[in-house]
Design a protein around this ligand. Structure first.
Ligand SMILES: Nc1ncnc2c1ncn2[C@@H]1O[C@H](COP(=O)(O)OP(=O)(O)OP(=O)(O)O)[C@@H](O)[C@H]1O
Length: 624
């Protein structure tokens, strides 16, 4: 029970020190995100990638600092429960006019659980649910930017409005030809508005900060007319020709936006006063995207993790199915399980691996961390790392328990640790990621349907093309997946192929791509074994074929679209380009969507023949 009197002389000071710790964290996080604009303006791509990587570490560093301060100044761990209750009440008081209360609550939880030991009883001390609302928060200071701005164009003023939307971001680097690009955007919008009556509330709402990632900056907003809302994003890039800025494409609708904000991409850098207001706005553009993934996409991963866990507990209460071993071929190093009614998988590192997997728990964790910090280019699933996760024992099927007892006993505790009468399965360390359809299962479904069936053939063709594209995107981003078997890739809701098996991943620049040497004698030639010496990072692309291309239909599509993946020169050239310092372009939309493909850059969009514009309408959507 909470005390009715706040009589501890130290409680306020502890709460205040904790709040100072959070404020320092958010100040540093925000200024690093805000500097993305300058890095974009000056085309400092290596700097942008470094900052994206380093910012991920900020949170844990600040939590550690804060724990140390509380221990040193207040002997926080030795304070009685009564004082901790008061600390929480004071902290809630400090949250009332805070602009990031939900993040500050999560920070409180992180610090408190480090100081006090995690038990059910201590749920009283942390924020299991938010105590302070995030609705309608705005920074009222005169110099503060609003979360979004509204523009009220007419049909006649749409073009200058688009120009001023972009100019208002005040980018300190000139555009190649902004009126030209605005005309392209206008064409794209015009197609959607042509037959529509403009209503009294016709407006364009645009988030006040740009979204930066890699070599791009994105304007994000929505067009509102009557009861219709149309989400859009405009990618701004540096032109490879002139070095000046240009709007590269116009993305519209929920699917385009989902692809931009995909869990398989790196996090954005956005200068935000009130992150919850950004999340609320983004949620109105993508209502089916869980809030935890939006926080993740904004680089606020700890908040993402907190929300995910709350959603998960809520889902557990409102479902009755059981955790089971995930469908597909079992992993050699990872033990994977899922809950059928819930769209995520849970992965734990096994205690034992077969001989061919020469690795350790620490090395595997290192590979997962590498992926987290690297640009995932839409091709590598993001994972959230959890420790000491408790599940109700009654919801685990016995086969799964037996599997964990056999392969990962060090990770398993089955007990009523918190003494509430409910036996729990407690897993020491887990990764959680989005569930996909394993590519081998996806292909098998098509084979089972019979390849004389056009849709099954299309499924194989699409999957094999996407598989090769996924590898090529990773290669461009300096990632060699290591194990490229079909089973290590998954297919997302929108048909995109994404990699998820990270234990053998390497930087491409660390690999040696080699040809298989010519045998020197008959004995070598006839040998069924590898007779030539192989170094730990040697890769022989011509040997991929037997593992991948056993099926004729698959082989035909693969050889038509991706035969270069079997050629050592392909890999070597990419390695050299990366070593020369080239930073790849990542387009979170199909290349056909680029204005440079749709329209000849030199002509004004208004001069284009009508069918060219109509074609742009037909271009395929980028799947997520
Ligand atoms: N995100 C996911 N969605 C759906 N199924 C998954 C996912 N991740 C893993 N799986 C399933 O679990 C299996 C093992 O996962 P994973 O490939 O990560 O383990 P591994 O031990 O690293 O594999 P390997 O033995 O190839 O090294 C996969 O083959 C797949 O069937």
């Amino acid at each position: 029970m909470f005390p009715q009197r706040l009589d501890s002389p130290q409680a306020y000071d502890i709460a205040k020190a904790m709040m100072d710790g959070f404020n320092r964290h958010y100040r540093l996080f925000r200024s690093e995100s805000a500097r993305a604009k300058h890095r974009f303006e000056t085309a400092d791509w290596h700097g942008q990638q470094r900052a994206q990587r380093e910012r991920i570490e900020f949170y844990d560093l600040r939590v550690k600092e804060c724990v140390m301060r509380l221990e040193k100044e207040f002997k926080a761990g030795a304070q009685p429960m009564n004082v901790w209750h008061q600390v929480k009440l004071h902290y809630i008081g400090l949250l009332v006019n805070h602009l990031q209360p939900e993040l500050a609550e999560t920070f409180f939880n992180s610090v408190t659980t480090k100081i006090l030991h995690r038990t059910h009883f201590h749920n009283n001390f942390i924020f299991v649910r938010p105590a302070v609302s995030t609705e309608y928060i705005e920074n009222d200071e005169p110099a503060a930017k609003p979360t979004y701005r509204a523009y009220y164009p007419t049909r006649e003023t749409l073009l200058p409005t688009i120009v001023s939307i972009v100019e208002n971001f005040n980018l300190q680097h000139g555009f190649e030809d902004l009126p030209r690009d605005a005309a392209y955007v206008l064409e794209a919008i015009g197609e959607r508005l042509a037959q529509v009556k403009l209503r009294a509330n016709f407006q364009i709402q645009v988030l006040s900060s740009l979204f930066f990632r890699n070599k791009g900056a994105y304007v994000v907003g929505k067009i509102i007319n009557g009861f219709i809302e149309l989400p859009f994003a405009l990618p701004v890039l540096h032109s490879p020709r002139s070095g000046k800025l240009l709007i590269d494409a116009a993305l519209f609708g929920e699917d385009d936006l989902q692809a931009l904000f995909s869990f398989a991409r790196a996090y954005f850098m956005v200068d935000m006063d009130v992150p919850s207001a950004y999340v609320q706005f983004l949620r109105s553009l993508m209502p089916r995207k869980p809030r935890n993934e939006l926080y993740n996409a904004l680089g606020l991963a700890k908040q993402g993790k907190t929300l995910f866990y709350r959603d998960f507990l809520f889902h557990l209460r409102h479902s009755t199915d059981s955790f089971r071993i995930a469908p597909g071929i079992k992993g050699m190093v990872m033990l994977v399980f899922d809950l059928p009614s819930f769209p995520y998988v849970f992965k734990l590192i096994k205690d034992y691996y077969p001989l061919q997997k020469d690795t350790t728990r620490e090395q595997i964790k290192g590979k997962y961390l590498l992926v987290k910090q690297h640009d995932r280019v839409g091709r590598m699933a993001d994972t959230q790392e959890y420790s000491e996760v408790a599940f109700p024992r009654a919801r685990f099927d016995d086969e799964l328990i037996a599997e964990i007892e056999k392969f990962a006993p060090s990770q398993l505790e089955i007990s009523d640790r918190d003494g509430d009468g409910q036996v729990e399965v407690i897993i020491k360390h887990l990764y959680i990621e989005r569930r996909m359809i394993p590519l081998n299962i996806y292909l098998q479904e098509a084979f089972d349907a019979g390849l004389d069936n056009a849709s099954a053939r299309g499924q194989v063709e699409g999957a094999v093309i996407e598989y090769g594209n996924a590898i090529k995107d990773m290669v461009a981003a300096n990632i060699f997946p290591g194990d490229m078997l079909w089973k290590n890739f998954g297919v997302t809701r929108q048909g995109k192929v994404v990699f998820y098996d990270y234990d053998e991943i390497e930087y491409l620049s660390d690999c040696n791509f080699r040809r298989v040497p010519t045998p020197r004698n008959e004995e070598e030639e006839m040998s069924g074994e590898v007779w030539y010496p192989v170094g730990p990072r040697d890769v022989f692309p011509e040997t991929f074929a037997p593992f991948l291309l056993g099926n004729d239909a698959v082989r035909e599509v693969f050889m038509k679209h991706h035969a270069d993946l079997l050629d050592v020169a392909f890999w070597q050239e990419h390695k050299e380009r990366i070593q020369a310092g080239h930073v790849h372009d990542v387009f979170p939309y199909e290349r056909e969507r680029r204005f440079s493909r749709l329209y000849a850059r030199s002509t004004s969009a208004r001069d284009l023949p009508v069918q060219d514009l109509a074609e742009s309408h037909l271009s395929r959507k980028e799947p997520d």
